[in-house]
Design a protein around this ligand. Structure first.
Ligand SMILES: C[S@@+](CC[C@H](N)C(=O)[O-])C[C@H]1O[C@@H](n2cnc3c(N)ncnc32)[C@H](O)[C@@H]1O
Length: 275
């Protein structure tokens, strides 16, 4: 079965790709995602008529939101390396006749000339890419001087659950974190934007708390992570089962807790004519 931490980098090659679509739709239904996404849109400093790039657009909902902001005289270009995701995005946006173009492309090699866009945004996609600094550099290249780049990425080193089994919890959460190509990207984002030559860099932390086991499992893949940790030979099957059972018991007692923090990091490309 698709494992979110590992397989979002290659959705089309993974059996059961619709599981990724369902995961994104579930996340978009949660208040946390609405709240932080609104902050990322604001950080783009977009005006009506602007041309904007959405990197790793998934099901296209954020491209739609950006299209509402830039209006009919603006243009949204949304790229993703998954045709499954693009098909989903095209199906939901086509009836709305919005100024959005969806393109199959790899974020690490953006198929656009220098200074094409007024701004560029990436959301929870760099975690799935082995060289996120290269993507930020590409985004900086295709944005015009004075434009803004905004990224929101988790740092899975911040992921916690209230298990009493510390050693086993560390093993499991490390497997989850290290199954991402870039599970620590959140803490490096500021550095990447700086290295790409951006200025006025702002960092805003955003924390998601989930207090229901089933919802946490759908977002954080807890059961599959337990399975992956057993398969890696790091815990026994009995230990993994006991770990899950304790958390489920906490859930029944309304005492389950899980959370992670992501970071919104924004920066401006130096306006032309300034040193
Ligand atoms: C967790 S989803 C986030 C989607 C969307 N940004 C959102 O907030 O709902 C990650 C997306 O990145 C895409 N992706 C992964 N690696 C990519 C790459 N190298 N280039 C472009 N897109 C990529 C996946 O296909 C998936 O749609």
């Amino acid at each position: 079965m698709a494992y979110f931490a590992r397989d979002f980098q290659s959705v089309d090659d993974t059996p059961g790709a619709q599981r990724f679509v369902a995961c994104l739709k579930l996340q978009q239904s949660l208040e946390f995602y609405h709240r932080y996404k609104a902050k990322t849109f604001e950080a783009m400093h977009l005006v009506a008529g602007a041309s904007v790039l959405e990197v790793g657009c998934g099901t296209g909902d954020d491209a739609m939101a950006l299209a509402q902001i830039v209006g009919p005289s603006g243009q949204v270009t949304a790229i993703d390396r998954s045709q499954t995701m693009l098909n989903e995005a095209i199906a939901s946006t086509q009836p709305l006749a919005l100024p959005i173009e969806f393109i199959l492309a790899d974020a690490q090699q953006l198929p656009f000339a220098d200074h094409t866009f007024d701004g560029a945004r990436v959301d929870r996609t760099l975690q799935h890419i082995a060289d996120p600094a290269a993507v930020i550099a590409e985004m900086a290249r295709v944005v015009r001087p004075g434009g803004w780049i905004v990224a929101m990425e988790p740092d899975w080193g911040t992921f916690v659950v209230n298990s009493t089994q510390r050693a086993i919890t560390r093993q499991l959460l490390n497997v989850w974190c290290d199954s991402f190509p870039s599970g620590w990207v959140g803490r490096y984002l500021r550095q990447y934007l700086r290295q790409a030559g951006l200025t006025d860099i702002q960092v805003v932390p955003e924390t998601l708390v989930i207090t229901q086991f089933d919802l946490a499992d759908q977002v954080f893949d807890l059961v599959q992570t337990a399975q992956a940790t057993v398969e890696a030979g790091l815990v026994s099957s009995a230990e993994a089962q006991a770990w899950l059972s304790e958390l489920q018991a906490f859930d029944r007692a309304q005492a389950f807790f899980s959370s992670f923090t992501g970071f919104i990091v924004s920066g401006q490309k130096e306006p032309a004519g300034l040193p």
